[in-house]
Design a protein around this ligand. Structure first.
Ligand SMILES: CCOCCOc1ccc(-c2cn(C[C@@H]3NC[C@@H](O)[C@H]3O)nn2)cc1
Length: 448
């Protein structure tokens, strides 16, 4: 048996997001979001599932926090629903929305759980989408106004902030691939959206510094690590493009003030390019305190001139897959962490890592041993990276509980806690108790 001991101040946690767990979409003045609209558009979401009820965490958050306390987590990553705070995105502040998050954050702190807040986890107020969404600089300014409201209300109480969750999903999955809200399928639109959220990120960080908020702020990219099928230059370049699409396209502007040439060339070949105004890149390139890395899977790719935008194709290497179809390869997390060192010795949190394992309740238990195996492999890679000297400060398992998995609806389950969506009864899974032990010991045991 091998014991992997973690640093005494390592932040073990879990993560969720507002639209995926809260429900209460028409309560206490909440405005409509693009996901309310998208979910109710026929054909967009499996089974027509929507977030109207979800896990009903808007009403059951005390029960959820009691489970977090039992789990023993040190930090809990959640997101704030912008439509609860400013229902039409840019107008009046909704006090009932602020009151909810004060109750919620106070309860976390009362239970010695550090709140880790994501300002934007995809639920854009629909009224802003109606004027062009992130392509319109009025939306950028509205986000800065929303973030200022949050900084003034919660600054000091919340010490860890993220501006945007998974900019690749917001820009490309949602506006080029069309799989998520609002469902556009236009490359130029997706590049415009990406530029808009980077501007919003930079301006929000500037506001955070201007207000002198007692806390730290960063951004949470998702990385699908990629490796070349062969040692040829063409295959390596294909892997480089796949990685840069998720990471460098967003982190180069934030850390270097420039877009990566490898992707500018790629998009140019497809007839699209960022529309940069004077001063934009300086605005985006604001010093940040941490990166939140979301990692699930990796791919092996090879060059294919006819292979679409990235001129590459992904190969099936016969790896075990989770129930959502993603190959399991924890080594990609280790490689991704080393890759991020190009941006300097910045604090990194794993803000999402987890497995879609759809095991159900049997005699009141969920024996999700496949999830335990996934978490064990990935946490071992986390330890390996820390041992290499990488500034890895915490790990937040996705997700605290089963929840609304976007276009997959409720059929895909990522939770450490099972949710019965009819009764809303929560049941800790085997993985909950396994993770509870890792946290309690602050070490990982592997049988070898
Ligand atoms: C048209 C082709 O479309 C194929 C689907 O392509 C993807 C890619 C990536 C994802 C994806 C989902 N997640 C998990 C979430 N991260 C944030 C949190 O809210 C989790 O629910 N990460 N990446 C989904 C779909």
């Amino acid at each position: 048996m091998t014991i992997f001991q973690f640093p005494s101040d390592f932040k073990w946690g879990t993560a969720t997001a507002s639209y995926q767990i809260e429900g209460a979409t028409k309560e206490d003045g909440r405005g409509i979001s693009i996901w309310d609209t998208f979910a109710k558009t026929p054909g967009k979401v499996f089974n027509g599932d929507n977030g109207d009820v979800a896990c009903d965490s808007y009403h059951r958050y005390e029960e959820d926090i009691a489970l977090m306390k039992e789990l023993g987590i040190k930090t809990y990553r959640f997101s704030v629903a912008w439509p609860r705070i400013i229902p039409d995105g840019d107008g009046e502040i909704n006090q009932k929305g602020l009151d909810f998050y004060h109750r919620f954050v106070d309860k976390l702190i009362e239970n010695d759980i550090e709140p880790f807040c994501t300002l934007y986890h995809w639920d854009l107020p629909q009224a802003l989408q109606d004027i062009g969404g992130w392509e319109n600089r009025r939306t950028v300014d509205a986000f800065v106004k929303y973030s200022e409201v949050m900084f003034r209300e919660f600054g000091g109480k919340i010490k860890y902030w993220l501006t945007f969750n998974e900019p690749w999903c917001i820009a490309f999955l949602s506006n080029f691939l069309g799989a998520h809200a609002p469902g556009n399928t236009d490359l130029q639109v997706s590049i415009n959206v990406g530029h808009g959220i980077l501007l919003a990120h930079g301006k929000s960080v500037q506001k955070f510094r201007e207000l002198g908020v007692d806390g730290k702020i960063g951004i949470a990219p998702n990385m699908e690590w990629s490796e070349p099928y062969s040692k040829t230059e063409a295959d390596q370049a294909a892997a480089d493009r796949n990685i840069a699409w998720f990471a460098d396209w967003f982190l180069d502007p934030v850390f270097k003030g420039t877009y990566p040439q490898i992707m500018l060339d790629c998009f140019e070949a497809a007839g699209a390019r960022p529309e940069i105004q004077p001063g934009d890149m300086e605005t985006i390139c604001q010093p940040i305190d941490h990166i939140g890395l979301n990692y699930y899977t990796m791919s092996v790719v090879r060059s294919n001139p006819g292979g679409g935008l990235l001129q590459s194709e992904t190969l099936d290497m016969g790896l075990v897959r989770t129930d959502i179809g993603w190959p399991v390869e924890s080594r990609g997390l280790y490689e991704a962490l080393h890759y991020l060192q190009k941006y300097g010795d910045i604090d990194i949190y794993i803000t999402e890592n987890g497995a879609c394992i759809n095991d159900g309740l049997e005699n009141g238990e969920v024996k999700d041993f496949r999830r335990i195996s996934y978490l064990q492999q990935h946490i071992a890679q986390v330890h390996r990276a820390i041992n290499d000297g990488i500034n890895l400060k915490g790990y937040m398992a996705w997700s605290m509980m089963d929840n609304y998995e976007w276009a997959e609806g409720y059929r895909m389950r990522f939770g450490l806690v099972h949710v019965d969506y009819r009764s809303l009864v929560r049941t800790p899974k085997e993985s909950f108790y396994w993770y509870q032990n890792v946290i309690r010991n602050n070490w990982l045991e592997t049988k070898d």
